[in-house]
Design a protein around this ligand. Structure first.
Ligand SMILES: [Zn+2]
Ligand SMILES: [Zn+2]
Ligand SMILES: [Zn+2]
Length: 766
């Protein structure tokens, strides 16, 4: 090292990004020591502060390596440098955290067990052998145990456990993998597990006993990282039928946790992308094609060609598989529609009727968080379906700066989003806000998030739907400015924002329902939109929604509505031919609704079109979970079929209308002439793609916009998504889509803050 007197620097650095809870301070410590620098490092509520003194060349190299050699879980947004006053400190130290008023410190997400910790828990010679709460600076709980920032042990639910001398020595030793690993623990000083059956603790070793019960076909509630799962043997048909009946979940697919990758290969067809997602530190549920002759019961995912697979992500799960069957259904521990259970007391009261035993532990969960779900679309693209554990609260960078804004989200698949400057933090998946319990949980979660970020937004962006509970929440807040954002505009804005774009695009928003400013129910929209504003360039033809919400729950009603739209007065004969099995009374009411429009608003919903086709073809006539008809229609389509129906190009003055009744008629004619359902389902998809692409081409002729954005829950349909993307690209469009946040209503809150930010910026300029 060169230490000429003239080449000495003292520098103060501020590092922002994901730099807490990821082993950043020990990394800085070791880096400083390797460069022979004196000084200190410290967590603050805005990130990490560092002061270093030493040879200028060494300081420069140190600063460079802060970015290039940072721990894999860290994400550095910026390093600010200023010269510091000379000081006389010897050596390099880690100082106690500072508590500043404003915080930009980003909270780390939970991380699955790392290979080093895995080795320790499997090594009979290690003091953490078989210990279910083993973790280190590279892995373990984070977001789910943090009460306050900065992220230090006393501010987490681990505060209840005093470190034993051995753990303390590791925690204080910069050479150790557990140096400042806030949730570190061992069998001597950390949390423990036990098993309760009928309110009594079982004497047997708890993981062994839980494994035995699972092998016997019992249902065990397992307290994990972000809440409870209900676990059952995925090969045991009877156990799964019991679980379905207790949970009131008829057909919605269950996720499966498998012992290891080899077991996953037996169940699902895995490519390189699926394998790497399964093994990633985030450990999401990965949707993979089910293998023919998969050993799991068809009750895992009836009517679905895909299986939600995940690998164990905590030592507790890993150790459970030493005793349990190799594939376990692991479904959220809750009654249908209620929030995820995450406390021992809550599990004892509310999961007792669902589970035969409770596998509990005494590390409290501060923030409940479901498993994340991702769907690989092709070899290069992953679509998030649910963003929660492992991904939240990873920020999304906004393409424009904003004052603090809260986006309160939609009604279903709710998330909310807190944004300031260029940072947007989406909450974990909250669920559907239609129960009092979920709405309470939503309010608490907003408070907790705002506390962690130390932001008090004075602007709230909300959906236009006056009945959404999220809208009601927004209106109850005092002293804030409200900005209303149309639902499908929010979808498109979210897609633009997560792609870092602000310019005008052709937004294709396809989903179930959203409040339309014209008093109809929107859901199949082609918008010309930027972040601030939009116009409706095209939409699916409006048809009746007979009985309102009842039509969304019963796909047969939508089949009848489309028959009426397609055949006019001849629709009753057509319905007879389909044998939709309405009772005489139901049919009488339905006819009146379709004839008079009574309690039957008009809708351009794409989701309802899929419902109608699925019901008419007999693919799905009873909907037991949201999106089921569309899922089963996609699954039934022959992916090789390229045929389509010749339809009139979209017409219209103010906006172009896609003639979906004509599309429906073509589907019916094909069906009645004896074509196979697999072919028809595929031709339906292909024809819809052509109609949508035709609208885009027409709009481009008028305004020259060549950027397209695809958003809305219907795009979880990979067949529709890939075909439309391909067609638009063939036509020369640049196509944006969701890869960081879900295309469904889980990203509405992001869209809301992006629109608010753009409108506020526009106001400022005027
Ligand atoms: Zn570890
Ligand atoms: Zn210990
Ligand atoms: Zn939506």
């Amino acid at each position: 090292m060169i230490t000429t007197p003239g080449a000495i620097s003292q520098r103060k650095l501020k590092v922002t990004g994901i730099v807490q809870g990821v082993g950043f301070r020990p990394f800085v410590y070791r880096l400083a020591r390797d460069h022979h620098l004196a000084g200190w490092v410290c967590n603050t509520s805005s990130g990490v502060e560092i002061q270093v003194a030493g040879a200028t060349a060494a300081v420069d190299s140190f600063v460079r390596k802060l970015s290039t050699d940072a721990p894999s879980l860290a994400r550095i947004d910026a390093i600010l440098q200023v010269d510091a006053e000379p000081w006389s400190r010897e050596g390099f130290r880690i100082l106690v955290s500072k508590n500043l008023a404003a915080t930009q410190a980003l909270i780390p997400a939970d991380v699955s067990t790392c290979p080093d910790c895995f080795r320790e828990i499997m090594d009979p010679g290690d003091r953490r052998y078989q210990y279910p709460f083993t973790n280190c600076t590279n892995c373990g709980p984070r977001f789910t145990i943090i009460r306050q920032v900065p992220y230090d042990r006393p501010q987490t639910t681990m505060a209840a456990f005093a470190l034993c001398p051995e753990c303390r020595a590791e925690y204080e030793n910069p050479e150790d993998r557990r140096f400042h690993a806030e949730p570190t623990a061992c069998p001597r000083c950390g949390p423990w597990v036990w098993l309760e059956e009928n309110g009594a603790v079982i004497e047997e070793e708890p993981l062994k006993a839980a494994g035995r019960l699972l092998r016997e076909g019992k249902i065990v509630a397992v307290k994990g990282l972000g809440g409870f799962h209900l676990a059952a043997d995925a090969r045991n048909e009877e156990a799964l039928l019991t679980l379905r009946s207790r949970k009131g979940r008829v057909a919605k697919p269950f996720a499966v946790m498998v012992r290891d990758l080899a077991e996953a290969e037996l169940l699902g067809k895995l490519g390189d992308l699926e394998r790497s997602l399964l093994q990633s530190p985030e450990r999401p549920i990965v949707l993979a094609k089910t293998r023919v002759n998969s050993p799991v019961s068809p009750q895992v995912a009836p009517g679905n060609n895909y299986l939600g697979l995940m690998l164990p992500y905590t030592p507790l799960h890993l150790l459970l598989f030493e005793h349990a069957p190799p594939a376990l259904v692991m479904t959220s521990g809750n009654l249908s529609e209620e929030p995820l259970e995450f406390t021992n007391a809550g599990a004892r009261t509310r999961l007792e009727a669902l589970a035969d035993a409770l596998l509990l532990h005494n590390r409290d969960i501060e923030v409940p968080c479901d498993d994340s779900v991702v769907r690989p679309v092709d070899a290069a693209m992953v679509m998030p379906v649910r963003r929660a554990r492992g991904l939240v609260p990873r920020p999304v960078r906004l393409p424009l700066p904003t004052p603090p804004v809260l986006g309160v989200g939609a009604e279903q698949k709710n998330t909310f989003c807190l944004a300031w400057e260029r940072t947007a933090l989406l909450s974990q998946h909250i669920g559907d806000l239609d129960t009092a319990e979920t709405f309470d949980y939503y309010r608490q979660a907003i408070r907790h998030f705002a506390g962690l970020c130390r932001q008090e937004p004075r602007v709230i962006a909300h959906d236009l739907h006056p009945q959404y509970l999220s809208t009601r929440y927004a209106r109850e807040q005092e002293g804030v400015r409200l900005i209303g954002v149309q639902h499908h505009h929010a979808h498109i804005a979210a897609c633009l924002a997560e792609n870092g774009r602000t310019e005008k695009c052709l937004g294709i928003a396809l989903d179930g329902t959203g409040y339309g400013p014209d008093g109809t129910v929107w859901g199949g929209e082609i918008l010309v939109a930027d972040l601030a504003d939009f116009s409706r360039a095209g939409h699916l033809a409006p048809v009746r929604l007979p009985g309102g919400d009842a039509a969304a729950r019963d796909p047969r009603r939508m089949a009848a509505a489309f028959l009426k739209a397609a055949y006019g007065e001849g629709f009753a004969a057509a319905a007879d031919r389909l044998d939709l099995k309405f009772t005489a009374f139901e049919w009488q009411v339905l006819r009146r609704q379709l004839d008079t429009g009574l309690n039957s608003p008009l809708t351009s919903s794409a989701g309802r079109l899929f419902d109608a086709v699925a019901a008419a073809l007999g693919v799905c006539r009873v909907r037991t979970y949201e999106g089921q008809p569309a899922v089963e229609l996609e699954m039934s389509a022959d992916p090789e079929e390229e045929g389509f129906y010749e339809l009139e190009p979209p017409q219209g003055n103010e906006s172009l209308i896609l003639d979906t009744p004509a599309l429906f008629r073509a589907v019916m004619e094909d069906f009645w002439s004896g074509a196979g359902v697999e072919k028809i389902a595929a031709r339906f998809h292909n024809s819809l793609v052509r109609l949508l692409a035709a609208v885009c081409a027409r709009v481009r002729e008028q305004n020259g916009v060549e950027l397209a954005a695809l958003a809305g829950g219907v795009f979880q349909n990979a067949l529709l998504f890939t075909k439309l993307r391909r067609r638009l690209e063939e036509l020369g469009f640049e196509v944006l889509f969701h890869t960081q946040t879900p295309p469904n209503d889980g990203s509405i809150s992001l869209g809301q803050v992006a629109v608010a930010a753009a409108r506020l910026q526009k106001e400022e300029k005027n």
